[in-house]
Write a protein that binds this ligand. Sequence first.
Ligand code: GDP
Ligand code: MG
Length: 601
Amino acid sequence: MSSTMEELIGLTHKLQKACTKLGEFGTEALPSLWNSLPSIVAIGGQSSGKSSVLESIVGRDFLPRGSGIVTRRPLILQLYNIQQGKDEYAEFLHLPNKRFTDFSLVRKEIQDETDKVTGKSGHISSIPIELSIYSPNVVNLGMIDLPGLTKVAVEGQPETIAQDIEKLVRSYVEKPNCLILAVTPANQDVATSDAIRLAREVDPAGERTFGVLTKLDLMDKGTNALEVLEGKAYRLQRPWVGTVNRSQADINKNVDMLAARKSESIFFATNPDYAHLASRMGAVYLAKLLSRDLENVIKTKLPGIASLIKEAIVEVESELDQLGRPVTVDTGAQLYTVLELCRAFDRTFAEYLEGGRSGGDRIYEVFGTMLPKALRKIPFDRHLSVENVKRVVSQADGYQPHLMAPELGYRLLIEGAIEYFKDPALSSVETIHRVLTELVRKAIGGTQELKRFPTLQHAILSAANAALATFREDSKKTTLRLVEMESSYITPNFFRKLSSTTVVPYTEEYYQKISSNVSSYVNMVSETLKNSIPKAVVLCQVRQAKQSLLHQFYTQLGRKEGKLAQLLDEDWLLRERRETCLKRLELYKSARDEIDSVSWE
Ligand code: GDP
Ligand code: MG
């Protein structure tokens, strides 16, 4: 492997770990970092050494190399860093699930795949071959090997070959997110380098172009490339790097990568022309330059990604808060939880009851508007019409007409009138009952903590409704009692104040007088009930509801020990969601730690 990548490997390995973890959850933050890393594209004339340079950066022999037009389809190479100790392998997009561990077979597959599309001719195809290499010794990097630029068509090639290749190459190097390796052989005139020409066109400032001079070993004796390598001949933002890769003879002799790097470094160290530049020459150094570039990209993007992860952590944590903690198996803790939840419901209910609008307001409306209106609507004019008064009085008298005043008639008329108050009293009770039932329903739905416990929700709802029904019965009894009290004892003083002597008995006027006397008494009773019915209703229903809606339920809970778990049965969807959240949280946190532990020298 090329040792130069080691520093970057350490860094990217950590990030990759975090990235894969997050990737499992479709968190785009880190994976998008990899996508946004620049890819490295090698361009240059045919046989200029592009494939050789890319291989030396990767540190593996796997690309077809040779004279003539060898690379005839773009090769999109994706390198993936895997854990140390795991076996290195390669995979083609067109051969999914087939793992190549022998890299000479990778080279053969590239050749076969190329021939399949282009034939054995010198034709090129723009359809890329996509190859992934998984290795502990590479960084996550995209590299693209392209057909060589050419000026003339050779036997069997279409006339347009030169333009076709240039168009293809241009489509890759135009992308601003790519680093260009402009490969030029040193034994050629750099002034005529197509690689430099094209790089200048797409990257005029030279910001992303690396000038790579190959075949320094093949230069004529007595000549050197110092003018170019020192940046005097062609100025680029980035330093020029000279390389010596394996010659065709080396390849034929199976000289391995390690030996090739060694002889390259000996070449620079011992060549008097280049000795002073030795530390800035060679494939190893080129790889270092590229690593630094990638590292810078990672460095600038990392804080943003780290804060995205932190945001995600906060988000998941707040969702978990909402979902609530998992229920314990301990009976005591379960009872505590149930009681807590009941209390939460009680609080919500009390808030609704005391709050305006649908709660307190509606109760007041019953007493302030509805009840007085119902009282006013009682048909006393019919009950106290002269006719009816006359009928009741004479029936009460029987065969013996009254002597002084129609006492019994008065009583019957008053008792009859008071009967009419029962209806409005009972409908007040019913209306309040409806309001309270509605508030209970709303409070169940409005208690956030209860949301995850449908069974308990249901239990509380029916317990509360049962309690409200009991309160209603009590309230009915009490209000009816109030009405009955009014007919049980008629206030004598009221009548003593009235003088019946001035009117001649048994006349129309006489009965009129009785009617109006009863009417004023009944009005007084109506005033009293208008005030006392609300008191009874509030005492029996509203206040009870506020104070002891769930008392009965609490008593029952003590006997339900074994069934508490059932009450706390959660919605399974919710339970699943919580598990997912917990798992995600754990991964986010380890991704965050992974990133936090990245040390920048
Ligand atoms: P490509 O067509 O640009 O991809 O070039 P290749 O990498 O296939 O190389 C073309 C030929 O040049 C091969 O035979 C290589 O062995 C040879 N070659 C590449 N670089 C060097 C070098 O630095 N020195 C020598 N002597 N031969 C090289
Ligand atoms: Mg090639």
